[in-house]
Design a protein around this ligand. Sequence first.
Ligand code: GLU
Length: 579
Amino acid sequence: MTPTTPDHLVTRFAPSPTGHLHIGGARTALFCWAFARSHRDARGRPGRFMLRIEDTDAARSSDESARGILEDLAWLGIDWDDGPSLHYQGRTIGGDERHVGPFFQAQRRDTYDRYIRQLVEQERAYPAFERAEELDAKRREATAKKQTYRYDRAALSIPLPDRLRRMASGEPHVVRLRAPDDALVVHDEVLGDVTYAAGEMDDFVIRKADGFPTYHFAVVVDDELMGVTHVLRAQEHLNNTPRHVALQRALGFRTPVYGHMPIIMNMDGSKMSKRDKARAARKAAKDAMAKDPKMTAELLADSTALDVATVNGFLAAESDAVETAELFGRHFGVALPEVEIWDFRRSGYLPEAIVNFVALLGWNPGMKTADGKDLEKFDAAFLAERFSMDRIGRGNSKFDRSKLLNFNAAAIGGLSDEQFARRWLEWMLEHEAEAHRVVSKLPHDRLLLLARALKPRAKTFREALRSAAFVFTSDEGFPMDMAAVGKHLLANDKAGVGVLREFKPRLAAMADWSPEAITGALEGFAKEKGMPNPGSIAQPLRVALTGSGVSPGLGETMAVLGRESSLRRIERCVAELGA
Ligand code: GLU
């Protein structure tokens, strides 16, 4: 049964556009979306899910990041009712039906200024004119005395008319909230009551010297004006919440329902973050340097076109820049751990697998499968129907990459050949244009055969592409894995080459070139020759056809290549190695 709430329920996802959408952000968005979708209010109106872009940090925000985040959400199938409009695959997501926009905070500065002025006039907030250096000196002094620095409220001694005059004259200043002196209790739907002791809160800044509101201020004003009733966000924000409640009280606003979601951890117990990429890249570089004493930071800088200071800073963990990490990753040929939705897209994960997996990061439906196991496999529609806040866990959630890979493999395995072919091609178009050019030219029946060959083994679309390498090589010359050549073709006095020579006329004479017929012929041949296992014929063939000892099923591989190509490859191999 769909739960009802008295008021029109509104949840929101409020990313800062300072980079790609992080997996944790995707989880927040998904839970907010599912929560809105799973509710009706007393008048039967479905909950609304809103998207707001928090771009008040002008130096770090970019339109490009904002657009990337919208696209990642759309790719995941998380559509928002209110928010910036996005045209995605022929439809429009977002809009401003409730007239609560604009949804970019940088465009709402007049609104924030109005409320700031109100608070200053009511003496609930005040301008502070100290220069940054003055405050830094005081901060250092406190640190030296092993005290926690807090603003000393010096600016409170300025009379109100002077405050207003100095603000109006354009004198540089920040605006601070006069923090409440008594204890504050935040009720959290997941964690219960969280108490903050009297005097714990400082007079924090609500408008910065550059005139932009701080995150705390903008978020509180917008949640009120945009009618947000439920704030679901990560536990990292829990300690911001008393500030938000204090602001709501000062402004005479409602307090929405809060629910803070568990922190997402790596399996080793560290917090999952963008830094994981830097850690992996740094390790790769250090391992390589340890192995090869000639590889110095200077050399590394040279070959990556970075300056030495950047390389040294990165190696010394002074910087975790993602761009440097990715450059190092490419340079050393190591795959960095995926952290952002874009990484998972590029690696060839399916959105339905990600949604299913992410839904389990801190939530579960509390249901059993027919064989008594915890129900873990479900789709977005199930989540939209069943999601409830009371099943959000309190403890940290673990990001189990091998489980995600298994989810993805199962999702790929569940596609029809037709679906696999279409979606794999779409993926290539976006991430591997050159491969797309080749694969999209395959006749449709061969493409479907290829899909059938790749699907059962590929855990990601990228893995499928790797297994399909034989499609991209020309019959005349492609690199051979020399270890496989030695083992399967040259060993035992070129036994493998002999097998190929003998088997080739049979293949040439076959009327039916289907995977089944080819497999049948292979098995028949092996039996007839009394071969102890079919590998004795399969492996030499595999190496001849693909250059490697690993490929999808041979019947499919040959069917995809076609008769002519297959025979030519065998011939080439016999000619080159047979003498
Ligand atoms: N802009 C904040 C972030 O990206 C949103 C926090 C909130 O939901 O209040 O973390």
